[in-house]
Design a binder for this molecule. Structure first.
Ligand SMILES: [Zn+2]
Length: 69
């Protein structure tokens, strides 16, 4: 189970009922330090929170270079 939350306001942004290593999600392609920043796993390792920013918390309208900074 993968749950996307806004790391600023805590809003739930969506979820994916599969493994976080699912290639379509692209999470395994992140740099290890980005994974440390963005991903949080529960102790059992079956739920991963992806801490991103929702549209309201983004500093600027959608920008591919900035969306996770
Ligand atoms: Zn937010």
């Amino acid at each position: 189970m993968v749950r996307y939350i806004c790391r600023q306001c805590g809003r739930a942004l969506g979820q994916f009922a599969g493994d976080w290593r699912e290639p379509r999600l692209g999470l395994t392609r992140l740099e290890p330090e980005d994974q440390d920043d963005l991903l949080e796993m529960n102790e059992a390792g079956d739920v991963v929170w992806v801490k991103i920013l929702c549209e309201e918390c983004l500093p600027v309208p959608w920008d591919d270079d900035l969306w996770y900074n």
